[in-house]
Design a protein around this ligand. Structure first.
Ligand SMILES: [Zn+2]
Length: 558
């Protein structure tokens, strides 16, 4: 007996060890704060890069401005091979040690630079990293990542980067973790052949030409995700408009390849429509200071802040398809809607750890519903959301492992949206639900957050504790079963939740034959309801539940 227990115990320990072993030292160095990373707060990145199309190489320098928040240590710089660091120059404000060259050692994706001077807490310092090399090339952007070297239809170079997941350190040295956004924004200077235009995030600050080269400096003043700072270089043409929004006139800029201008001018009329719907549902566009830009990208698209990447072939749907399978997704341009939705959830509100990325992808997927509903009505939005369910695999939980740079399941997109839709039904008050979305964007304005903060916020504002609902849908792969039985003689409807976390208590609200019916958690304990509704049809009734709540139905006595 004892032996058996010991064997099982060993097996369990081995199992746990194996589960942990899938993460490497590099994952931990990227995904968590260590002594070389936790003592400073990035205030700004100033990036300068010169790409060479023929050799697929770059030369660059990046200046970090940072503030000391605890006793300093050596400093970790994330930069992925094969890029080479040439030198690191350190300059502390108010210190005799100006512009000292630091020694450093490389360890795979990082470098550790040795500080010779230890700046005081609350003081600031600058680190300038000079680097060069042939950056990893993206093979299937935006799904993998790296530098993109393409040509347009006229044979002119078209260059950009996609680096979500792989990380911005694939092309520039940074503190490559979502929790530390540069508080004062970032500038991006690109030196390119003067026959091309270089566009970056936010606003153009400077431009000059010299001996066949043009230099463009772009800047955002708001905090920004590392992976959304992106160069777009090519034979671009642009046009502008002002959008009269909730915070005044928003500068809207469009940039596309010369060959795409006519098609783009037709398709991009959806941008003001998107802004109108999203400001209604989520409050003001979060970056009025930096403007909104939609820029043609050599890949499907990405939520680059104040520089949204667009590659959806100027057609509605998702590359001409409807991901919901309901037809509603063919009424609008998926990339304009989804990637712009991220300006609220991903760019305004950013998760500290990518394990919590449902906050970006789940809520943004739900903005597709909100858009559909705004223009085509509530039933259309409901159908669109129901259509998302077939994309849920329930392979593993939506939330990934913390501290190791790991996302959870791709279910974070549809399941996050479907969960939010279920919670909205439970709240049963659309203006309150809308105020929660607006409130999130106001109260977490330009901040990084944890899923816990978002979950608690929704529960507090809704005045109902949704902890078990979040646990169920974000932390398990079980679909709750709504188990029911109807005794037509006594007109008694008996019901319970099964296959769920202990205490799962998502309230159900449906309107059946003009009767607003609430099955509240307190009822779950009594598990019985008398329905004195004429011609009560239990199948019709439970179908209403299935339509709006992500549950499975089971009819059986219990
Ligand atoms: Zn997305």
């Amino acid at each position: 007996m004892k032996k058996t227990i010991l064997v099982i115990l060993l097996f369990c320990i081995a199992g746990i060890t194996n589960a942990q072993a899938i993460f490497t030292k590099a994952d931990t160095l990227r995904g968590s704060l260590n002594d070389q990373r936790d003592w400073f707060d990035i205030l700004k990145y100033d990036i300068t890069v010169q790409p060479f199309f023929e050799t697929k190489s770059i030369i660059g320098r990046v200046t970090w401005t940072a503030k000391v928040i605890k006793v300093s240590n050596d400093i970790q710089i994330d930069l992925q091979p094969p890029l080479i660091i040439d030198s690191i120059i350190y300059s502390a404000m108010n210190s005799p040690q100006k512009n000292s060259t630091l020694s450093f050692t490389r360890d795979n994706n990082i470098a550790i630079a040795n500080l010779t001077d230890h700046p005081a807490i609350n003081s600031s310092f600058q680190l300038t990293i000079y680097y060069h090399g042939i950056p990893r090339e993206a093979i299937r952007p935006p799904w993998d990542g790296g530098w993109i070297w393409k040509k347009d239809a006229n044979g002119k170079p078209w260059m950009s980067v996609a680096c979500q997941n792989i990380g911005a350190s694939v092309w520039y040295p940074c503190k490559d973790i979502q929790l530390d956004e540069p508080d004062n924004g970032a500038s991006l200077t690109m030196i390119v052949p003067d026959t091309l235009l270089a566009i970056g995030n936010g606003r153009l600050k400077k431009e000059s030409k010299n001996k066949g080269w043009a230099t463009y400096t772009w800047e955002v003043t708001s905090p920004i995700n590392n992976y959304t700072i992106i160069p777009y270089i090519g034979d671009y043409v642009g046009w502008n408009e002002k959008y009269a929004g909730l915070k005044g006139n928003l500068d809207v800029h469009y940039w596309v390849l010369r060959e795409s201008e006519a098609k783009a001018k037709l398709q991009f009329v959806q941008v003001p429509q998107m802004l109108k719907a999203f400001e209604y549902w989520m409050g003001p566009y979060p970056f009025y200071e930096d403007g909104y830009q939609l820029i043609q990208s050599p890949h499907l698209g990405m939520e680059h802040q104040s520089a949204v990447g667009y590659g959806n072939k100027f057609a509605d749907g998702y590359l001409g398809r409807d991901l919901s399978g309901t037809g509603w997704g063919l009424k609008w341009d998926y990339i304009i809607v989804h990637e712009s939705g991220h300006e609220w959830f991903a760019n305004n509100i950013t998760t500290k750890d990518i394990a919590d990325m449902w906050v970006h992808e789940g809520i943004t997927s739900y903005t597709e519903t909100l858009y559909t509903e705004y223009y085509y009505g509530k039933e259309a939005g409901n159908e669109y959301t129901f259509g998302m369910r077939k994309r849920i695999g329930n392979d593993r939980p939506v939330i990934g492992h913390y501290g190791v740079n790991e996302e959870g399941s791709g279910d974070m997109y549809p399941k996050g949206a479907v969960m939010l839709h279920s919670i909205r039904q439970a709240i049963n008050n659309d203006s309150l639900f809308r105020n929660i979305l607006i409130g999130l964007n106001k109260d977490f304005y330009h901040q990084t957050v944890t899923t816990q903060q978002i979950e608690n916020y929704i529960s507090n504002k809704a005045n109902f504790n949704f902890t078990k609902t979040f646990d169920q849908y974000l932390r398990t792969t079980q679909i709750p079963i709504f188990n029911y039985y109807y005794d037509s003689t006594q007109k008694i409807f008996t019901y319970q939740y099964k296959n769920c976390v202990v205490g799962f208590n998502l309230p159900i609200n449906v309107v059946y034959k003009n009767n607003a019916i609430s099955l509240l958690p307190m009822d779950y304990e009594s598990k019985k309801r008398l329905f004195k509704i004429d011609n009560f049809n239990v199948k019709e009734f439970v179908k209403l539940i299935l339509d709006k709540y992500y549950v499975k139905l089971e009819e059986s006595k219990f």
